[in-house]
Design a protein around this ligand. Structure first.
Ligand SMILES: C[S@@+](CC[C@H](N)C(=O)[O-])C[C@H]1O[C@@H](n2cnc3c(N)ncnc32)[C@H](O)[C@@H]1O
Length: 310
């Protein structure tokens, strides 16, 4: 108890200094100092303590009025769609959505820093990587392929695939958010191969897609929310949906992300972070030979990828 009170005092002093740096125009330094101090002060704390007492302390500190001017932080904290990690937030990361006229000078500068940090760059890398993987896979197969994206959001990766009409036979997307699905429909209205399922992932757990087979299945930005049991079950079902020779790709944010603490507190955005062993463990009790599994990381070493080839 006493330790927590001491930590809160230390945190308040650190946030005072961060706010001072930011107000003095040292925005980048102030932002970095906030992250460093938060990481240091909370390094021995439980996730529960971070999500409750530390988050409350951060959001009640005057620095919150500064940091919440940053549009991604504000969007994530306010959760206009009622849940964390919606496709609009990810569009900020993709640099498809940015600041607007109402945003302050400080908000825009902070956006500049946050959108450049490595974990946000890793989100952009992920979308481009999925598109490249689809391209490579299709080239190898040589015929049009069937793809399934689970929790597809705005499906921005499709725009990175050139000549998609000649490569894709069927592109099935599933997402729970009707507004995101409508965005996909209007963005890609010319693509006849698109099929959208406006459902939660329970649709998959309830085996509504049983018997449907795909060459390429992926789910980016979903497993970071699924506990081990659900994640494992999802892999099991999606593996069944793979054709022989097909490929399943599951990215997940790695443990040890510097910005995690900022997401936990100011952004109110909790993810489940996994390392190589955690990812392999998800499929260890399934009937999938080890030889079919591959683990790799992005160039920025922020996301771990599990690739299963059937
Ligand atoms: C972080 S976004 C990722 C979107 C997209 N895959 C990407 O990489 O840009 C997470 C997406 O998962 C969807 N999602 C979250 N929970 C879901 C659930 N239980 N069922 C279906 N979709 C879900 C959200 O609606 C959101 O579009």
């Amino acid at each position: 108890m006493l330790v927590m009170e001491e930590s809160k005092t230390e945190l308040n002093l650190s946030l005072n200094k961060s706010a001072q740096l930011i107000e003095n125009g040292l925005i980048k330094e102030g932002f970095k100092y906030t992250l460093d101090q938060l990481n240091e002060i909370t390094k021995e704390m439980s996730q529960e303590q971070i999500n409750t007492e530390i988050r409350e302390e951060c959001l009640n500190h005057p620095i919150a009025n500064l940091l919440l001017q940053e549009p991604m932080t504000k969007w994530s904290n306010k959760k206009p769609r009622g849940y964390s990690g919606d496709a609009i937030l990810i569009d900020y990361m993709y640099r498809l959505k940015s600041c607007d006229m109402q945003d302050s000078y400080l908000g825009r500068e902070l956006y500049g820093h946050l959108s450049c940090c490595e974990s946000v760059s890793a989100v952009r890398w992920r979308a481009n990587h999925i598109a490249n993987e689809i391209d490579t896979f299709q080239e190898k197969v040589g015929t049009k392929i069937d793809i399934f994206s689970v929790a597809s959001g705005h499906l921005r990766e499709l725009a990175y695939i050139s000549d998609a009409d000649h490569k894709i036979n069927r592109f099935l997307c599933l997402d729970q958010d009707e507004r995101s699905n409508n965005e996909v429909k209007s963005t890609y209205e010319n693509f006849q191969f698109l099929e959208i399922i406006d459902e939660s992932i329970n649709h998959i757990y309830k085996r509504k897609l049983e018997g449907q087979k795909f060459d390429f299945i992926y789910s980016s930005g979903l497993f970071d929310y699924l506990n081990d049991k659900l994640a494992s079950r999802m892999i099991e079902i999606l593996y069944e949906n793979l054709k022989e020779g097909g490929q399943l790709i599951i990215p997940n944010f790695k443990k040890g992300i510097e910005e995690k603490i900022y997401m936990d507190t100011f952004m109110k955005w909790n993810l489940i972070y996994r390392n190589e062993e955690d990812m392999l463990a998800l499929s260890s009790n399934l009937n999938i030979p080890d030889i079919q599994k591959e683990i790799y990381f992005d160039d920025l070493d922020k996301v771990v990828y599990l690739k299963i080839t059937k």
